[in-house]
Design a protein. Structure first.
Length: 133
């Protein structure tokens, strides 16, 4: 396929997902299929692996932006938005599947600290702009 992908969406968003699938089908040349995951250990493991990867990626993004002296306001805001999205996804899945909470809680803590560092950097960025004016 030229475009597309597989997305894991918590069951709590089932109604929104049905509406999205309907919209995609209405667009014509696109299709959408919803397949529920079986509540088995391999499904839980798959979700855990993906969440760990997503959290690690968000941490790496935050750290790279924080270390980059040429980071722009947009880059900082994008990294912060991604960190928030990943933390929200973790909270959504935490209540649905048995997650490796010990490992992921630690990683989410690291992600929060990185987001706070970026928030401070954004505040410094804003102060620099105000001082120039």
């Amino acid at each position: 396929r030229q475009n597309g992908g597989i997305y894991f969406v918590p069951v709590t968003y089932a109604n929104e997902l049905v509406k999205l699938a309907g919209l995609i089908e209405d667009l014509g040349s696109s299709c959408s299929t919803m397949i529920p995951l079986f509540n088995i250990q391999s499904s839980h493991d798959m979700v855990n692996r993906q969440l760990v990867e997503d959290v690690k990626g968000a941490i790496e993004q935050c750290e790279a932006i924080f270390k980059n002296p040429n980071a722009t306001k947009v880059m900082i805001k994008d990294a912060m938005a991604n960190a928030k999205k990943v933390a929200t996804i973790y909270q959504d899945y935490r209540s649905i599947v048995e997650l490796q909470t010990e490992v992921l809680d630690e990683k989410i803590g690291d992600l929060r600290m990185n987001a706070i560092n970026l928030f401070d950097r954004l505040a410094d960025f804003e102060m620099t702009i105000k001082n120039k004016n």
